[in-house]
Design a protein around this ligand. Structure first.
Ligand SMILES: Cc1cc2nc3c(=O)[nH]c(=O)nc-3n(C[C@H](O)[C@H](O)[C@H](O)COP(=O)(O)OP(=O)(O)OC[C@H]3O[C@@H](n4cnc5c(N)ncnc54)[C@H](O)[C@@H]3O)c2cc1C
Length: 416
């Protein structure tokens, strides 16, 4: 037995770490178990964007039809591996339901509120704890190579502006003035002044170090295997490093969460969606601010010494294989947007599994049937953006305090 603790957090990604942070701030004794290294899941070499502007959920009208069309193109941004999987079928059915206009508008309202609250907390966390992670307030420029793509984006931008999202619609020359490496053929840009970015690997490592200093016990290479319970409470978490006893358990195991709760006879509507990043030595010239190559859905983030391209969303199950054809597609598509950039031969390739819910909102809730088991996952493309507010809400749930915002949109019951 590893001794008693107030809270055991399962998962050392950005969600588990931020949950541990706010739990420790409440004066609780916290331990984290992580099956690999801290940040070795999806919270590693992602694009590192904190994007309150990204407030339209993945499930939006037309998304399923577009996704199905893309399935026929091997290099497309989105891919579903054809297979018979009842969990995937049920997820797609719920996704279809969430694509209705009314659900999307409700999703924007909730996501916008959550995103902005989190981005504010993130700044407090980074500045307040002096976390060295190359945090920058440079905004985010979304760019378009097709008139059709740009006009659709202008409509979406106007919709988001009506929800008070700080966006500026730019003419092609205004976008190119901002980023001279954009090709002359660019049709326009949407600039989001409220977005920031950081180096995600440095962020999780710096936060883990600070947690250590605050007395949080971090156990890497310790995988949770199952649970024992009594009278509706989890009593023990069984791990590869022995049994842990805790008054509360927080499951923040990202794309692995669905598999873990199956041990408790529960089904979690979370599918893993693989994405890739490619980091190259910073070329000269280089975009100075983060970009989004919108039609091909590739994020480009300048980090210290490195330019990172990130994209693709593949519903392929818990499969971490690297599909080089898709990796190459990210790099070649970027050439339609950027010119005068030399791509070196050496690049670092990374992939991560995003935990995705059908409606694009996270799950932050107590698991049904257990009074001391809380789940925090399903952040899909926004886990870095949403980690601080998720951590804070988790800590309020554990402590039985009134949460900073209504938790109804994040409850499991919404999927019934
Ligand atoms: C290409 C790409 C780019 C992205 N870019 C951005 C971005 O710019 N901005 C943004 O906000 N988000 C971005 N994301 C999404 C973001 O990376 C994820 O939403 C976020 O990392 C999810 O965090 P997590 O802590 O839930 O999951 P993870 O980081 O995967 O953490 C879960 C952890 O749990 C551990 N674990 C699993 N099972 C067990 C077990 N049984 N016992 C113990 N530990 C276990 C895993 O090893 C893992 O470390 C991107 C994702 C991808 C793939």
């Amino acid at each position: 037995m590893n001794g008693d603790t107030d809270v055991l957090v399962v998962g050392g990604g950005v969600i588990g770490l931020c949950s541990a942070y706010y739990l420790a701030e409440q004066g609780l004794r916290v331990s984290i178990v992580e099956q690999g290294e801290i940040g070795s899941g999806c919270s590693g070499a992602n694009a590192g964007l904190i994007v309150p502007s990204y407030s339209i959920p993945l499930a939006a009208p037309g998304a399923l039809g577009q996704g199905l069309k893309w399935m026929l193109q091997p290099d497309s941004p989105f891919y579903i591996k054809p297979r018979f999987d009842p969990a995937l079928c049920s997820w797609l059915w719920k996704f279809r339901r969430a694509c209705k206009p009314q659900s999307m508008l409700q999703g924007i309202r909730v996501l916008r509120h959550l995103n902005y609250a989190s981005s504010e907390l993130c700044e407090h966390l980074i500045v307040g704890e002096s976390l060295t992670c190359n945090y920058r307030r440079d905004g985010w420029l979304m760019t378009y190579t097709t008139e059709r793509g740009f006009q659709k984006a202008v409509e979406e931008a106007r919709l988001l502006q009506s929800y008070d999202v700080g966006l500026k619609i730019l003419k092609p020359d205004e976008a190119r003035e901002m980023v001279p490496t954009l090709r002359p053929e660019i049709c326009g840009g949407i600039f989001s002044q409220d977005d920031t970015h950081l180096n995600p690997e440095k962020f999780v490592q710096a936060l883990a170090r600070r947690l250590n200093e605050k007395g949080v016990a971090i156990h890497p290479h310790t995988g949770a295997l199952g649970f024992t319970s009594s009278g509706g409470s989890i009593t023990t978490v069984r791990t590869t490093g022995g049994d842990f006893r805790a008054r509360h358990v927080v499951l923040a195991a990202g794309a692995w969460s669905a598999g873990l709760v199956r041990h408790l006879g529960l089904t979690l509507p979370v599918q893993s969606a693989k994405g890739y990043s490619i980091s190259i030595k910073k070329p000269e010239p280089c975009p100075q601010i983060p970009l989004y190559l919108s039609e091909v859905k590739v994020a480009v983030t300048p980090l210290e010494g490195v330019l990172r391209f990130a994209g693709k969303l593949e519903l392929v199950g818990m499969n971490l294989d690297i599909n080089l054809r898709r990796v190459d597609a990210i790099m070649s598509a970027s050439k339609d947007y950027l010119h005068n950039i030399e791509y070196p031969d050496t690049m670092e390739i990374w992939r991560g599994l995003r935990p995705c819910t059908p409606d694009g909102l996270p799950i932050i809730d107590r698991l049904p049937g257990y009074d001391n088991l809380i789940i925090a996952t399903g952040h899909c493309m926004l886990g870095v953006t949403l980690a601080p507010i998720t951590g804070k809400l988790v800590s309020q749930l554990v402590c039985g305090q009134a949460p900073d915002m209504d938790l109804a949109p994040f409850r499991m019951a919404r999927f019934k």
